[in-house]
Structure formats: structure tokens, C-alpha cells
Design a binder for this molecule. Structure first.
Ligand SMILES: Cc1cc2nc3c(=O)[nH]c(=O)nc-3n(C[C@H](O)[C@H](O)[C@H](O)COP(=O)(O)O)c2cc1C
Length: 217
């Protein structure tokens, strides 16, 4: 059985392409795997706080040395990490904002990329001190964009700081199996957008149906 953590980060509601397509992904997945569990987190409408000074002090203090105040400072972060670690498949809907992710998604990432929880630091291993702790998971990122050409070989590929950033930060904690599905051309609209949505739908179907053969009954 797969436990999906479904995360949306667009502040838009019905007009959001990333929200609609991430929902379609989960609905399609559930049709194939009705018993699978889905946990939903809506960063676009219910953002998590930015990390602050007490958070940093707590996260970088060894658990056995934390005061009750320090534990309190990372209580929310611990809950978010617990939720993240409980899932096997992450489905993230995100807009492209200024060539990267919206700040709501960045704030979430800052909350869950935690020493001792999602990565370890081995100071004695000087050449390779960071060890990923989130292993054996998969991720699908559905990214909506106003323009187009941010994919491989595209006109604006070099300005795409979103895909490489997400691959790097989630890879850092161990989530290296990441599939990116892009819905470009929100601003062009019309047939161009329709084609982009149809292409994304096709990729979603391929993933949900392809994965159905790989997952144990
Ligand atoms: C603050 C802001 C920044 C944006 N930056 C970009 C950008 O860098 N590249 C792009 O192609 N579109 C950009 N857009 C357009 C959105 O990516 C596009 O509308 C997308 O469909 C939003 O996702 P959603 O449909 O899930 O809400 C931006 C939109 C906003 C509001």
C-alpha cells in the first residue's frame, strides 16, 4: 500500500492549473489503488511559517541538549517532518514564480530539510559529510507556468531555477526519483495551453498506470 502526501502551493483556487492537475493525478492514482492513503497539505491557502532564530537554534542543537523552549520552537517542523516521512509518494503541485518556486513551497522545504531528521551530518567524513535520510521514496512535481520553453532544450531553459532546485534539494535529503510534469503556457491560453494540459494529462496517465504494474498488490 502506498501513502501519498499531496501538496499544493498555488494561492489560486479553481483557476490553478497545478492544483487541478495534482488533483487529477491523485484521483487517477486512487482509481487504480483505491486502498492507498492520501494526506493533503495546502500550502497555497494555509502556509507554514518561515524559520526564525529560535527554530535555527533548536534545529541545530542536539536533541539531548534542547530545552523545553527549543523543543517548542521546532514543534511544527517536527510534525511536518513526521508527515513527510510517513509518505512513500509525494505529489507536489507548484506554480513557477519568478523562475523558481513560490515562497510558500520554499518555506515548507526550509521546515522539513532538517539535520538529524531528513539528512545527517558526519563531520568526520570530510569529503562527503551530508547523508540523506529519506530513502526509497518517489516524487512527482506538477509545475504550472505562464510562459513556455523552460524544459530541456527550450528557449528559457537557463532561466529555469525551479526544476534543478527541486531536484537538488529533495535529492539532498534522498528523494532522487523525481518525475517532473510541466503545464506551460497559462498566459498564451487557447490551443497552446490546451495542448500543454493534454500533454501533462498523458504523462499523468503514463505514471499512474505504469506505476500500477510495478506496485505489489
Ligand atoms: C508572482 C508571479 C510570478 C510568476 N513568475 C513566472 C515565471 O517566472 N515564469 C513563468 O513562466 N510564469 C510565471 N508566472 C505565471 C504563473 O507561473 C502561471 O500563472 C501558473 O499557471 C501559476 O500556477 P497555477 O495555475 O497553479 O496558479 C508568475 C505568476 C505570478 C503571480
Amino acid at each position: 500500500m502506498t501513502h501519498i502526501l499531496h501538496i499544493d502551493s498555488s494561492p489560486r483556487s479553481a483557476r490553478s492549473h497545478s492544483r487541478r492537475m495534482s488533483q487529477e493525478f491523485v484521483e487517477r492514482w486512487k482509481r487504480v489503488h483505491p486502498d492507498d492513503i492520501v494526506t493533503y497539505r495546502d500550502l497555497g491557502h494555509d502556509p507554514v511559517p518561515h524559520v526564525d532564530e529560535p527554530w535555527i537554534a533548536a534545529a541545530y542543537t542536539a536533541p539531548e541538549l534542547r530545552t523545553p523552549e527549543l523543543w517548542e520552537a521546532i514543534r511544527m517542523s517536527d510534525r511536518l517532518v513526521d508527515e513527510f516521512l510517513a509518505a512513500d509518494l509525494y505529489v507536489i503541485g507548484t506554480p513557477m514564480y519568478n523562475f523558481s518556486v513560490p515562497s510558500t513551497l520554499k518555506a515548507y522545504i526550509d521546515q522539513i530539510v532538517r539535520p538529524g531528521r531528513t539528512f545527517a551530518v558526519d563531520a568526520e567524513d570530510v569529503d562527503n559529510p551530508y547523508k540523506p535520510l529519506v530513502l526509497g521514496k518517489r516524487m512527482v512535481v506538477i509545475s504550472a507556468r505562464g510562459g513556455g520553453g523552460f524544459g530541456p532544450g527550450g528557449q528559457y531553459e537557463k532561466m529555469n531555477y525551479q526544476t534543478p532546485y527541486l531536484a537538488a534539494v529533495f535529492g539532498f535529503i534522498g528523494v532522487t526519483d523525481v518525475t517532473f510534469i510541466d503545464v506551460e503556457y497559462d498566459e498564451a491560453g487557447g490551443k497552446t495551453l490546451e495542448n500543454a494540459i493534454a500533454h501533462a494529462r498523458h504523462q499523468i496517465t503514463q505514471f499512474t498506470e505504469g506505476a500500477s504494474h510495478a506496485v505489489a498488490p
